[in-house]
Write a protein that binds this ligand. Structure first.
Ligand code: BTN
Length: 251
C-alpha cells in the first residue's frame, strides 16, 4: 500500500480511457476532496487544447479531485501549485544539477524537453463557486512520444535508473501538500514567486500561439491571475490567458 500524506485517498486502476474522465465521473458521484484516481494505462489520454496525451504502460497518469470553496479563476492558482510541486518532485528524483524548469502555464521540462503536463478541468455551481476541480497529471517515466510539437523526454531518457510511477506520485503528493498549504494560507503571491523562480524563458524572446496565431515578444512576468505577460517589439504588453509558448527559434 502506497503511503501518501494525510488527506489523500488513492484509487488505483489498470486501464481507463482517461483518469480525468474517470475522476469527473467519480466527482459527480460525490467522491471526496483529495481522491486520486491513478491508472497504469490510458486509451484516450487527453492533453491541453484538445491534444492527445501519449499513455502507454510504464508512465504515470493520475487525476486529483479537489473541492475548494472558491471561484474557477481563484482555482487556477492550483495549476501553478501543481506545476511547482511537480518541478520540485522531479528535481528530487533526477541527478543533482539537472535542469528542471516550468514552462507556462504548467509544463515541466527536464533539460528543456517536456517530461510532464497538467490538465485542469472544473465544474462551477450556480453561485460561481467550484463544485469540483480536477488536476490531471501525466509524467513520462519510462518512455515519451516521438512526434510532438514541443520536444519530449522521459525520466529514464534523462538518466534516472529504475524510477517507478508510484515513486513519482508519492513525491508529487508530498510537495503538492506543502505548496497547497502555502497557497491556502498566503494566497497566490507566494506561489507566483515560487513558480517564477523555476520558470524558463523570463526576459527572453518567446513565441506565443493564441487561437492559431503566433506572435513574438519578451516574456516579462505572470499576472496576479496567472496570465502570461509578453512585451511586443512595439512596446505593447499583452496578457495571454490561454495559449502555447515556444522558444523564439521554434515554430
Ligand atoms: C498537457 O500538457 O497537454 C496536459 C497533459 C495532461 C495529461 C494527463 S495524464 C492524466 C490525466 N488524464 C488525461 O486524460 N489527461 C491528464
Amino acid at each position: 500500500m502506497m503511503r501518501l500524506p494525510p488527506g489523500f485517498k488513492l484509487i488505483t486502476l489498470e486501464k481507463v480511457d482517461s483518469t480525468n474522465n474517470e475522476a469527473k465521473r467519480r466527482a459527480e458521484m460525490g467522491a471526496v476532496s483529495g481522491t486520486i484516481v491513478h491508472a497504469s494505462e490510458q486509451t484516450h489520454g487527453r492533453g491541453r487544447r484538445g491534444r492527445q496525451w501519449y499513455s502507454p504502460k510504464g508512465n504515470l497518469y493520475f487525476s486529483l479531485i479537489l473541492r475548494l470553496p472558491c471561484s474557477a479563476t481563484e482555482g487556477l492558482g492550483i495549476s501553478f501549485v501543481s506545476a511547482t510541486a511537480m518541478c520540485d518532485a522531479l528535481a528530487g528524483i533526477v541527478s543533482p544539477m539537472t535542469e528542471v524548469t516550468v514552462k507556462w502555464p504548467n509544463d515541466i521540462l527536464i533539460n528543456r524537453r517536456k517530461v510532464s503536463g497538467i490538465l485542469l478541468e472544473s465544474a462551477t455551481g450556480i453561485n460561481g463557486t467550484l463544485r469540483w476541480l480536477i488536476v490531471g497529471v501525466g509524467v513520462n517515466v519510462s518512455s515519451f512520444p516521438g512526434e510532438t510539437e514541443y520536444p519530449a523526454t522521459s525520466l529514464q531518457y534523462e538518466g534516472v535508473i529504475g524510477a517507478r510511477p508510484d515513486d513519482v506520485l508519492r513525491a508529487f503528493m508530498r510537495h503538492f501538500k506543502r505548496w497547497f498549504d502555502i497557497w491556502e494560507n498566503d494566497g497566490f503571491s507566494s506561489i507566483r514567486t515560487a513558480w517564477l523562480n523555476r520558470a524558463t524563458g523570463i526576459g527572453k524572446t518567446i513565441k506565443v500561439r493564441v487561437s492559431g496565431k503566433v506572435f513574438e515578444g519578451e516574456f516579462l512576468d505572470i499576472g496576479d491571475d496567472g496570465s502570461l505577460l509578453v512585451e511586443r517589439k512595439t512596446g505593447e504588453t499583452i496578457s495571454v490567458v490561454t495559449g502555447d509558448v515556444f522558444p523564439s527559434d521554434e515554430i
